[in-house]
Design a protein around this ligand. Structure first.
Ligand code: CA
Length: 428
């Protein structure tokens, strides 16, 4: 990143190591202790209510013009305004947070983040989940089709994906009831609770400016349609998934819940952390061909804390660390691919990278890979092991951009806790 950014200082006291330094400024929607909901920008461990700031004249336009929080209590309207609007707000906030003469007026509008309950920042329109990590796709291919080629023949030619269920995207902190369904038991389909509940560590991309149906978005223009980045946990019931996924792909093994982190880190905040993507072999079709630093240098972790660990005061432990820089298909390619057939984009559409896994043990973004479907159970400090999740397990995904702790910015985190779940009424 540039020295000028790192050296710019805000009058807001940002604790060392904070995920939200001045050059991040992620946006989210939070509920205050009095129940009111607002659009906020985070800086350090504080958040500024953007509508209040606009109402007192600190932003150049009114909140209605910015569309910071629309009628549904989401950032969709602001996302739709496009990158020039996102960039203008960012520039204005940078000015305000570095202008010491503003401190006396603006500091009363700051709210401690830990006094906010963060809700979904976006009413998610269409949700697409991709499958873009070479290491993950190879691992899953070996596990699900041990007698076949690990990668399907199309995998290196198109970003593989499926349309998921946006209505079950849930915010940080939401419980995840264990799904029930048909899965194979002793060779036959049997109804019951999933015994193979898993996580998938993913990076999410929120669509900003919409596109028109019938007009594909060029890969070089993809960034103009992106609002920002978040973290995704694509909870997955492997036993339900294994029984249902052929021939049409993931369905009930995925659709019961997907957790989304609360703070959207805008594309402009991530510009200093761009990297050249990996070389694609064989060369891709022209509509997917991109040049330059179109990847993102992100670092991601999975933490687990069992119910017993919580009860004994044991902190969550990191079970996976991985990187996003070598993801095979980039967000720009995914967006170009989603629209190549003329499908349109709406502000608030969300697409996720697919599970991010690295090449070495401990860098896998799912339990089925890390435990190799139970062959190498993961030890926990409470003396138990995990191949899949048990009730009471709490999973946190966290991430940041940049490798230098002194200049990196955080993506925040997203947590979910497994609860026992419910039988269908006919099974009571
Ligand atoms: Ca997934």
């Amino acid at each position: 990143m540039s020295a000028s950014l790192a050296e710019t200082v805000s009058w807001v006291d940002v604790p060392p190591g904070s995920p939200f330094p001045l050059h991040n400024l992620p946006l989210g929607v939070g509920r205050r202790t009095d129940g009111t909901v607002g659009a906020f920008v985070a800086i350090g461990d504080q958040a500024l209510d953007l509508a209040e700031a606009a109402g007192t004249g600190f932003l150049d336009d009114s909140p209605a013009e910015y569309g910071l929080l629309d009628a549904g209590g989401t950032l969709n309207g602001f996302a739709a305004a496009g990158r020039s609007a996102h960039r203008a707000l960012r520039r204005r906030l940078m000015e305000l947070f570095t202008d010491r003469t503003r401190e006396a007026q603006l500091s009363p509008l700051l709210v401690p983040i830990d006094e906010l309950t963060m809700v979904l920042p976006i009413a998610v329109g269409d949700y697409v989940d991709f499958y873009s990590s070479l290491h993950h796709a190879t691992n899953l291919g070996r596990l699900f089709r041990p007698d076949g080629e690990a990668l399907m023949p199309n995998w290196r030619h198109i970003p593989i994906g499926y349309h998921g269920r946006s209505g079950t995207i849930v915010p940080d902190g939401a419980d995840i009831p264990r799904p029930h369904g048909l899965r194979l038991v002793a060779g036959g389909p049997q109804y019951g609770a999933s015994n193979a509940l898993d996580i998938e560590l993913e990076v999410g991309f929120v669509v900003g400016a919409p596109s028109d149906r019938g007009y594909p978005v060029a890969v070089a223009d993809a960034d103009d349609h992106l609002f920002g980045v978040c973290l995704i946990n694509d909870w997955s019931a492997r036993d339900i998934q294994a029984y249902e996924y052929q021939p049409l792909g993931p369905f009930l093994g995925k659709s019961f819940a997907t957790s989304m982190s609360p703070w959207i880190v805008t594309l402009d905040a991530l510009e200093p952390y761009r990297v050249e993507p990996v070389e694609q072999d064989p060369p891709v079709a022209n509509y997917l061909h991109a040049t330059g630093a179109t990847g993102f240098d992100l670092y991601l972790e999975v933490l687990v804390q069992s119910e017993t660990m919580r009860a004994s005061g044991s902190e969550p432990i990191v079970i996976a660390r991985t990187g996003f820089a070598d993801i095979y298909w980039t967000a720009a390619q995914q967006l170009a691919h989603m629209t190549v057939n003329g499908a349109s984009l709406r502000a608030g559409d969300l697409f996720a990278s697919g599970t991010v896994s690295g090449p070495i043990p401990g860098s896998e973004g799912s339990l089925i890979e890390q435990s190799w479907r139970g062959e190498r159970p993961i030890p926990l400090p409470d003396g138990t092991t995990r191949s899949f999740l048990l009730d009471g397990d709490r999973i946190t995904i966290r991430g940041w951009a940049g490798s230098d702790p002194g200049s990196r910015i955080g993506l925040g985190s997203v947590t979910g806790t497994i609860t026992p779940g419910h039988l269908t009424t006919t099974e009571h």
